[in-house]
Write a protein that binds this ligand. Structure first.
Ligand code: TXE
Length: 479
C-alpha cells in the first residue's frame, strides 16, 4: 500500500521522495508507506486551493451540498473497505470502526451538507437603517487531524470547511493515513472540482508545520495533543490567523451513591476503555462517592478483568491494539510512574500476548489504579490509553473540586438520580461538555470543544460554520 497526496485533483508523490512506514498495530508489521511531504508539496496544494476558490465559493450552498452528499454516498458504497482500513491502520476493533468511525464520517458530511443550506445570518433593523451580517468563506483553510478517530475527525473538519465555501488543505495523521487516502479516490470518482480538497500527508514537523506557516492559510482547525496545539497557536498568533484547537483531556466521571447503578457501570466501562481509551472524551479519572466506593471498585475490577483484549478482527474482542509501539511504551511508562507515586494497580498494567497473526501487536490490558491523590502526575497528565484511576469523594463540593483539579477542561460525566445534584455539577464543573447519566451522546448541532488547556473555540453546528467564515456587518440606511 503506497499512500499518495491529492493535489489539484491528482495523486502525487512527495517532491522530496521521502516516505514514512505505516504499521498495523495489531500485527506490528509495516504494511505500507506514506509520503513525508514538505513545504514544496504544501505550496503546490496551496496554489491548487487558491485557484479553485473563486468557482467553489461562488457555488450555491445547495450545489456544494450535492458534492458533500456524493462523498457520503461513496463512503456508504465502500463501507466495508473503509472499516477494515481503519481497523488495520489504528488497531481498533472492526466492530468499533463499523459502528462508530465510518457511520460518523458519513453523518458528518451529510450533516454539514444540510446545514449549509439552512444556515442563515442575522439582520437587525432600526428606524433609520437595516444592518445585516454576511459570513463569507475565508479562502484556503487547513484541517489537521489525529490518529485516534482518523476518518471521523478528518470529515468532522473538512465537511464544514467545504460547506462554508472554503478550499481545504488537509493533513491527516502520518500514523493513520489510510482512510483519508482512500477517500481521495472518492473525491476523484465523485467529481469534486480539482483543488477544492487537497490532502497532503507527512509528519507534523515537516508537512504539518509547513501547512500552519503557509501564508495562504486563513484558518487552522486542529485536533491533537495540547503541546502541539500550543505550538500551532504560537505560530498563528503573530499573523492573526484563526485557530480552532481541540486538545487533550483528563475527564472526570463523577459517580454519586444514588445513581442508577447498572447503566452507570456499563457506560463507565465504555467511557473508560472504548477505542483502548484513546478518545479525548474518555473518562480517565473516576470519582466515586465514598459510600458506594468499595462496591463500585470491586464490581468494576471484576468486570474489567473479564474484558477480552485480542485480534481487532474478532467479534468477541472488547479491546484491540493501541496505536503504536511508541504509544504502548508511553502508556506502560505512565503505569510505572503511577506505581512509583504509590498507586495500587488493581487490574492490568501489563501487555497482552495475542497469538496467531497478532503475536507482534501492541496490546495492553485495561488498567485500573487506586490510592493516588488528585494532584499527582498520574491524575494530572493525559495518558490517552486504557488506564483509569479511582478516587473517593464525600460530598458534592468535594466532587466538583476534584473534578476541576486539572489544567484540562474537555468533558465530564455525572451520575446521579438527583436533579439538583446533576444541575449543580453541570454548572460548576469546568468542561466544554457535561453528560448527565450518559456518555458520548452527540448531537452534531451542539457546540463541541474544551476550556482551559483542552483547547480554544468550538466545533459542531453553526459554531463550525462561523469558524470557517469571516463576519462582515453591512449597514443600509432605510431613509
Ligand atoms: O499528537 P499530535 P500525537 C494527545 C494524546 C497523545 C498526545 C500526542 O495525549 O498521547 O496527544 O499524540 C500533527 N505542526 N492526543 O503525538 O502530535 C500530526 O502530524 C502542525 C489527543 O500523535 O498532536 C497529526 O496530524 N501539525 C487527541 C496531528 O498534528 C502537527 C488526539 C496530531 O498529532 C505538528 C491525538 C506541528 N508542529 C492525540 N506536530 C485528541 N484531542 O483527540 C504534529 N502535528
Amino acid at each position: 500500500m503506497q499512500v499518495q497526496n491529492l493535489i489539484a485533483g491528482q495523486f502525487t508523490e512527495p517532491r522530496s521522495g521521502e516516505w514514512l512506514d505505516i504499521f498495523n498495530p495489531a500485527t506490528g508489521q509495516v504494511f505500507g508507506k506514506v509520503p513525508n511531504s514538505d513545504a514544496g508539496d504544501i505550496d503546490a496544494a496551496a496554489s491548487a486551493a487558491q485557484s479553485a476558490f473563486a468557482d467553489w465559493s461562488a457555488l450555491a450552498a445547495a450545489d456544494r451540498a450535492v458534492h458533500l452528499n456524493r462523498l457520503a454516498d461513496w463512503i456508504e458504497r465502500n463501507f466495508e473497505e473503509l472499516a477494515r482500513a481503519e481497523c488495520d491502520d489504528t488497531g481498533k476493533t472492526l466492530r468499533q470502526a463499523r459502528t462508530v468511525d465510518i457511520p460518523r464520517a458519513i453523518a458528518n458530511l451529510r450533516f454539514f451538507a444540510a446545514l449549509a443550506q439552512t444556515w442563515s445570518s442575522e439582520s437587525h433593523s432600526t428606524p433609520n437603517a437595516i444592518h445585516y451580517t454576511l459570513r463569507q468563506p475565508l479562502g484556503v483553510v487547513a484541517c489537521i487531524s489525529p490518529w485516534n478517530l482518523p476518518l471521523y475527525l478528518f470529515t468532522w473538519k473538512i465537511a464544514p470547511a467545504l460547506a462554508a465555501g472554503n478550499c481545504v488543505i488537509a493533513k491527516p495523521s502520518e500514523i493513520t493515513p489510510l482512510t483519508a487516502y482512500l477517500l481521495c479516490r472518492g473525491v476523484q470518482e465523485c467529481g469534486l472540482p480539482a483543488g477544492v480538497l487537497n490532502v497532503v500527508h507527512g509528519s507534523g514537523a515537516t508537512a504539518g508545520e509547513s501547512l500552519v506557516k503557509h501564508l495562504a492559510v486563513r484558518a487552522v482547525s486542529f485536533t491533537g495533543g495540547t503541546k502541539t496545539g500550543k505550538l500551532i497557536a504560537s505560530l498563528l498568533a503573530p499573523r492573526f490567523v484563526k485557530a480552532s484547537l481541540e486538545l487533550g483531556g483528563k475527564n472526570p466521571n463523577v459517580i454519586f451513591a444514588d445513581c442508577d447503578y447498572e447503566p452507570m457501570m456499563q457506560t463507565t466501562i465504555r467511557s473508560s476503555f472504548a477505542n483502548q481509551g484513546q478518545i479525548c472524551l474518555c473518562g480517565s479519572r473516576i470519582l466515586v462517592q465514598r459510600s458506594l466506593y468499595a462496591r463500585f471498585r470491586d464490581d468494576f475490577v471484576q468486570r474489567v478483568n473479564k474484558m477480552v483484549v485480542g485480534d481487532p478482527l474478532v467479534e468477541t474482542s472488547d479491546l484491540g491494539a493501541v496505536v503504536s509501539k511508541t504509544h504502548l511504551e508511553k502508556i506502560l511508562g505512565c503505569v510505572d510512574w503511577a506505581r512509583r507515586e504509590g498507586g495500587n494497580v488493581l487490574v492490568g498494567g501489563d501487555i497482552v500476548s495475542v497469538t496467531g497473526r497478532c503475536q507482534s501487536g501492541f496490546f495492553m490490558r485495561p488498567t485500573v489504579i487506586e490510592g493516588l491523590n488528585a494532584a499527582c502526575r498520574t491524575n494530572q497528565e493525559e495518558i490517552f490509553g486504557p488506564v483509569v484511576t479511582l478516587q473517593p469523594f464525600d460530598n458534592l463540593d468535594e466532587a466538583v473540586e476534584r473534578a476541576n483539579a486539572t489544567r484540562y477542561g474537555l468533558s465530564a460525566s455525572v451520575w446521579t438520580r438527583d436533579a439538583a445534584t446533576a444541575l449543580a455539577c453541570a454548572e460548576k464543573i469546568a468542561a466544554g461538555v457535561v453528560w448527565v447519566n450518559s456518555w458520548l451522546v452527540r448531537d452534531l448541532r451542539t457546540p463541541f470543544g474544551g476550556m482551559r488547556e483542552s483547547g480554544l473555540g468550538r466545533e459542531g453546528g453553526v459554531e463550525a460554520m462561523r469558524f470557517f467564515t469571516e463576519t462582515k456587518s453591512i449597514c443600509l440606511p432605510s431613509r
